[in-house]
Design a protein around this ligand. Structure first.
Ligand code: NAP
Length: 249
């Protein structure tokens, strides 16, 4: 790796929203930031790349479906060959397909479980061998308050996010002896494209349940992710850090 860059950081779903803010946070320390996203329209990813480069870091954009075991495997094999290491993996890519259980299709269930949960298995397995070889590494998985308290219409989403928490604790135990930490960050109600689609009345109802009285920002979440990947958090593993304005305590 070039001397110029302190760490190699992969952020899935880094083209926009929370993932973009995570990328921007790492970019301030002259990092090599690898963005994975899937939409064929690269405009959002291009904006993230420009933001990374403006801060003096190096960015790469890759269009990979994180739910595909083979595509993810090939991608990381090439990445590790080129960079010779991987310091941070942020499993952030996620989707919603909200429906009440009675109306939820098998496709809605499968898509959400594949993109939100199977992807975490795919990407984590693809990096863990290299992190073990290095005797260092940080994995941060983005869960959700829905995985803790449930949310009407989100049986698929809440199940995927609760699954992430169990996965996080298990992998944390498996790799702890190699100085690798694995944690989850569970955001509450955050102002991104994912929540922008909700009607104003629904948003207002959510805000009423938040003791701090506002939606979170992607930056609120990015700070927690960044901190978990810092030396200051070296003794923290297997935890779920809640960034939710007090919505769930
Ligand atoms: P967002 O703005 O919709 O961004 C989602 C990101 O995931 C995009 O970069 C998207 O890239 C990527 N993505 C989606 N499907 C993908 C796939 N198959 N392969 C690769 N990348 C894919 O969402 P967000 O609100 O920032 O959410 C980020 C994470 O936080 C998600 O895991 C979400 O569940 C979680 N979260 C969000 C909230 C909230 O209130 N916003 C609350 C709790 C948890 P493309 O568009 O290019 O595919």
């Amino acid at each position: 790796m070039s001397e110029k860059f302190s760490r190699v950081v992969v952020v899935t779903g880094g083209s926009k929203g929370i993932g973009r803010s995570v990328a921007a946070r790492f970019a301030s320390e002259k990092t090599a930031i690898i963005i994975v996203h899937y939409d064929p329209d690269d405009e959002a990813a291009g904006q993230t790349l420009a933001m990374i480069e403006a801060k003096g870091s190096l960015g790469e954009i890759h269009r990979i479906d994180v739910s595909s075991f083979s595509a993810v495997g090939t991608f990381f094999e090439d990445l590790i060959k080129r960079w010779q290491r991987i310091d941070v993996l942020v499993n952030n890519a996620g989707i919603t397909r909200d429906r009440l259980l009675m109306r939820m299709s098998e496709a809605d269930w499968d898509a959400v479980l594949a993109v939100n949960l199977k992807s975490v298995f795919n990407c984590s397995q693809a990096v863990v061998r290299e992190m073990i070889r290095q005797r260092s590494g940080r994995i941060v998985n983005i869960a959700s308050v829905s995985g803790q308290i449930g949310n009407v219409g989100q049986a698929n989403y809440a199940a995927s996010k609760a699954g992430i928490m169990g996965f996080t604790k298990t992998i944390a135990r498996e790799v702890a002896s190699r100085s690798i930490t694995v944690n989850a960050v569970a955001p509450g109600f955050i102002d991104t494209e994912m929540t922008a689609v909700l009607p104003e009345k629904v948003k207002q109802k959510f805000v009423e349940q938040i003791p701090l009285g506002r939606m979170g920002t992607p930056e609120d979440v990015a700070e927690a992710v960044y901190w978990l990947c810092s030396e200051a958090a070296a003794y923290i593993t297997g935890q779920v850090i809640h960034v939710n304005g007090g919505m769930y305590m």
